[in-house]
Design a protein around this ligand. Structure first.
Ligand SMILES: [Zn+2]
Length: 120
C-alpha cells in the first residue's frame, strides 16, 4: 500500500526530530501532501496509526493538508495549475512542463513533549 510507505517514511522523520529534541511523546504532526501524489487521506491516517504503534509517536495527531500542483511550461515559462491527468500548458498547449509544486510529502511541524515537562 502506497500510504503505508509514506506513513513509514514520515514516522522515520518524526522519530529523528523527537530523538534530537529528547522527546518522550509526540503530540501532533503537520504534513503537507502534494496533490500529484494522490494520497487517500483516510488510508494515510490508518497507516499512521499502524506504524506509530509502540513508538513515542503513538497516538500523535496527524494533520494533513493538500498542496495543489503547480507546473511551469518549459517552452513559454507560464506557471499554471495543471489537472491531475492533463499537464498541457494552457498558453501553448505543450505537455513539456516541470512540476514545480505538489509532488512532495512535506513534514511541516511537530509538537512534542520533553521528559521534564509537567504532564497531567
Ligand atoms: Zn507554454
Amino acid at each position: 500500500m502506497h500510504e503505508m510507505t509514506i506513513a513509514a517514511e514520515l514516522l522515520e522523520q518524526v522519530l529523528d526530530v523527537a530523538r534530537s529534541n529528547e522527546a518522550v511523546r509526540v503530540e501532533s504532526v503537520d504534513v503537507e501532501c502534494g496533490e500529484q501524489r494522490q494520497i487517500v487521506m483516510e488510508a494515510l491516517q490508518m497507516a499512521w496509526t499502524a506504524v506509530t504503534e509502540d513508538t513515542v509517536a503513538e497516538g500523535a495527531l496527524l494533520n494533513l493538508s493538500e498542496r495543489p500542483m503547480a507546473a511551469c511550461c518549459r517552452d513559454c515559462g507560464l506557471r499554471f495549475r495543471p489537472a491531475i491527468d492533463d499537464y498541457r500548458c494552457s498558453r501553448c498547449g505543450l505537455a513539456d512542463v516541470d512540476i514545480v509544486e505538489g509532488h512532495d510529502i512535506i513534514l511541516q511541524s511537530i509538537v512534542c513533549h520533553q521528559a521534564d515537562e509537567p504532564t497531567d
